[in-house]
Design a protein around this ligand. Structure first.
Ligand code: NOJ
Ligand code: CA
Length: 831
């Protein structure tokens, strides 16, 4: 057979040669037969692999060309340390054959995209095939009370990626979708499946948590009528049913399937899921579905705004004075039907909805408009979440700066509720500095003030852009400044949030880039932009140098254009230097640091112009050899030596009743279980690793306790403070009638004999208040108090400087808190 074939091929070759010669115009050149060769291919061409796991197989094939029949030697290149391949990094392939290769990723490989190359050679021939290997965090098996090491990516779900076109225009809400993406108030197709499909993009950027739009079922009809353009709740803040998933984000039956699938994919890659939850309101009370709320489906709503015989809603005017706490909590935010959280059914509905999300493995919550729901009730809402499992909560308390009239109330709220806050004062300071060329002192002063006032500044959730304000690039289209802002955001104290698309430099400047023009459809998923790469670098640093998550903040050098900030956690130090000037270099002299006396390369490898510095010995406060910082330069120098002793950087939550799970985080705890003390009580750890210990709050009296760990070999840690509540919290409305008159700055406060009411203290921070007096001399306030507990309480009048100007006479009032639901108690001021 073989012999027979040869003449056949020769005949064909001869014919081709003849034809070729003819076409060439009668020349006599003989073209040699095409040389045998090979090409290497690899499939799939991209892989997402979590730390501690093994990838699916990549099929590497040596494709034979022109009868190539040799053997190809293949070498795998580009694997980072900690990633092993199977087969080995070199193997041979016979022509036409293939080899399966898997990658096993170790526990500490950086979250990033790695270009892996299969290089094949055979004699003088060569060919290569590329695979993009994305390493993500290890799969998550449990929720955590510590979020400080995370980098959050905020996604407006509808505007991110359309992973499932079948849900774009669902029948129950038909017409609210705009395929042309020209009506900015309609759905554009992004969904939960889309987020799931972009998990590698997120992981490769070092993202470890996503904050998604409220995913609950929103109203099904437009809030506008023709000839006006239709308008739909693509943003998710107009709930009609908080127990189901919006059909545009999931499926036509409003099931949890797409949600669960996305959460599972995120967790598989070490990415936590933060749900935006809005307990303040349902939906517009004057259009669309007129505020009506359904309870997990059904034909009729369980709550209607009009009529509202049971009082599910407040029916007050629109908020006009954003400095008035009564208006903020009890009036109407724009036109959004304002839920009455003190109504037992609404209280239960909201808490059950939150619990349902926890049962669907949500890791944390961004609480929308906490300033507008009832503050005292918010405490019980947070308590429900903390009681159910480790979680993290941060509220949206919008304010312009630390001079805001309610700034004191904001940190009092965070410190006593256990719910952290979005850091609006720092966001506006950063926007002013980077977009309006403000003075760096503005940022520095804000950090100093907030660090003094917030019990856990490292838990503040920081940002420079969000979905409610123009993107930085709309305010000032300056990529350098965006990069500088991002590095500071990611290095600064607090948990950073990157708004989707900032890494692609998205902006639409129509109407100044205000909502909705800041909610642009994601146009590209380019993993090579400078912003994408620097976010990844800084996110990795948050994993490897605990100074970012747990450290103190110290300004080391400052002028209007230059900010040099040091973060320090015991021996771990990160020093970042930014010069935001367009033109001016600055000589940096007299700079001191806690970095030890050696040289430090720029951690960003010059990505933003950084360079090496030299530190000399100054006995701890060490001089940096003077250098010039060119305009638009950012440098990051860092060191994270092994911990000499156990070092606690975090406890979360900061408070809770006996029996709830708390998380201690830091480093050097040892891999063998050690011991812990909760005050003078031994702490029983339910899990123990070198960086994280969880335990159940022991059965001790309420109050404040120091918590300390000791390693198995006897080394003791620093202490952190935890406040034990008297019990799980129930919201109660306290009313006092006939209170004494108040002068400007004075207000009535509530105090009582439980830690939840300030343990009988009458400082403005410890006592509950200021109470509210829409109808003086009657004052009222909502406070969350221990379920089933007999409590004693009194009222006091306190001036703005903290002076107590009147107290009640006689014995304290007594009240037994209901064991579930909500409560009310009303008394007369005792003269
Ligand atoms: C604040 C949210 O961030 C905003 O987008 C929303 O419209 C309002 N709260 C009302 O839910
Ligand atoms: Ca809907």
């Amino acid at each position: 057979m073989r012999v027979d074939r040869v003449p056949g091929i020769s005949r064909l070759t001869a014919v081709l040669l003849f034809l070729s010669a003819g076409c060439g115009g009668g020349g006599s050149t003989i073209t040699p037969p095409p040389a045998p060769s090979f090409s290497l291919s690899a499939s799939p061409s991209s892989l997402l692999v979590a730390q501690t796991t093994t990838s699916i197989p990549v099929t590497v094939t040596a494709n034979s060309i022109n009868g190539f029949a040799g053997t190809v030697n293949v070498t795998i290149g580009g694997l980072p340390n900690g990633v092993n391949s199977s087969s080995n990094s070199t193997f041979t392939l016979a022509a036409g054959s293939n080899q399966m290769v898997t990658f096993t990723v170790g526990p500490s490989v950086g979250h990033a995209n790695y270009p892996v190359t299969f290089s094949g050679s055979s004699g003088s021939l060569s060919s290569s095939a590329a695979v993009s290997l994305t390493v993500s965090g290890a799969p998550l098996t449990a929720a955590t009370g510590n979020f400080k090491q995370q980098v959050i990516y905020q996604i407006v779900t509808d505007r991110f990626f359309d992973g499932d076109p079948t849900n774009n225009d669902p029948p129950q809400s038909q017409g609210l979708f705009d395929a042309t993406k020209t009506n900015w108030q309609l759905y554009w197709g992004g969904d939960l499946a889309g987020i799931q499909q972009k998990m590698a993009y997120l992981a490769g950027m070092g993202i470890t948590a996503i904050w998604i739009s409220p995913p609950v079922d929103n109203i099904d009809v437009s809030t506008t009528t023709a000839p006006n353009q239709p308008s739909a709740p693509f943003h998710g803040y107009w709930a009609r049913d908080m127990k189901r998933i919006e059909e545009h984000f999931g499926d036509v039956n409003n099931t949890w399937a797409a949600f669960d699938s996305m959460v599972a994919a995120a967790h598989q890659n070490g990415i936590r899921v933060i749900v935006d939850f809005a307990p303040n309101h349902s939906n517009p009370d004057d259009a669309g579905e007129f505020g009506a709320l359904f309870d997990n489906g059904g034909a009729t709503p369980f709550a209607t705004f009009n009529p509202d015989p049971i009082g599910f809603f407040h029916h007050n005017p629109t908020i006009t004075n954003f400095d008035d706490p009564y208006q903020l909590q009890y009036y109407t935010l724009v036109d959004l039907a304002d839920l009455n959280q003190d109504n037992a059914s609404i209280d239960k509905y909201l808490k059950d909805s939150l619990l349902q999300f926890q049962s669907h493995r949500v890791d944390a919550f961004r609480i929308d408009a906490v300033k507008h729901a009832t503050w005292g009730w918010d405490y019980s809402f947070a308590n429900v979440a903390f009681s159910t499992g480790p979680t993290f909560l941060f509220g949206e308390w919008a304010q312009g700066s630390t001079s805001d009239s309610l700034y004191f109330d904001s940190h009092k709220f965070a410190n006593h509720s256990g719910m952290s806050l979005l850091d609006f004062p720092l966001a506006f300071a950063m926007r002013d500095v980077f977009a309006n060329n403000g003075d760096f002192h503005e940022i520095d002063n804000t950090i100093t003030a907030e660090n003094a006032d917030f019990a856990s500044p490292n838990d503040l959730v920081t940002f420079v852009d969000n979905h409610d304000i123009p993107r930085l690039l709309s305010v000032s289209n300056n990529l350098n400044r965006l990069h500088e802002a991002l590095v500071l955001l990611l290095a600064c104290r607090g948990i950073p949030v990157v708004l989707y698309g900032d890494e692609q430099y998205l902006h639409n400047d129509t109407n100044g880039g205000n909502d909705p023009y800041n909610r642009i459809f994601m146009s590209a998923f380019d993993t090579q932009t400078t912003a994408y790469r620097l976010i990844d670098q800084m996110a990795q640093l948050r994993q490897t140098n605990p100074a970012l998550a747990y450290g103190t903040s110290r300004q080391r050098w400052i002028n209007s254009d230059v900010y040099i900030l040091e973060r320090q956690f015991f021996g771990d130090v990160v020093l970042i230097a930014i010069n935001k000037s367009e033109t001016a270099p600055y000589n940096i002299t007299g700079l001191l640091t806690s970095l030890t006396a050696v040289s430090y390369p720029d951690y960003l490898n010059g990505l933003l112009g950084g360079f090496q510095i030299t530190v000399t010995n100054g006995g701890g406060n060490n001089p940096v050899t003077p250098f010039s910082l060119p305009p638009h330069t950012v440098a990051v120098w860092q060191s994270a030596p092994a911990a000499a002793a156990p070092q606690i950087g975090s406890i979360g939550p900061l408070l809770g009743q006996c029996g709830i799970t708390a998380t201690i985080a830091g480093q050097g705890f040892g891999t063998v279980m050690g011991k812990g003390m909760f005050g003078s009580t031994s702490l029983v750890a339910s899990s123990w690793s070198d960086t994280t210990v969880t335990f159940s709050v022991p059965g001790v009296m309420s109050g404040s306790y120091n918590v300390q760990l000791t390693t198995n070999s006897g080394a003791a840690s620093n202490t952190v403070s935890f406040t034990v509540l008297t019990g799980p919290l129930i919201p109660v409305t306290f009313t006092v009638t006939n209170a004494p008159a108040t002068a400007t700055g004075e207000a009535i406060f509530l105090t009582g004999n439980v830690v939840e009411l300030g343990a009988n203290n009458t400082t403005r921070d410890a006592a509950v208040g200021p109470m509210l007096a829409p109808n003086p001399p009657t004052w009222f306030i909502d406070a969350s108090v221990p379920a089933g507990a007999p409590i004693q309480f009194l009222f006091a009048r306190i001036a703005s400087d903290g002076t107590v100007t009147a107290t009640e006479n006689g014995l304290p009032h007594t009240y037994t808190v209901p064991s579930s639901g909500v409560g009310t108690v009303q008394v007369n001021w005792q003269y």
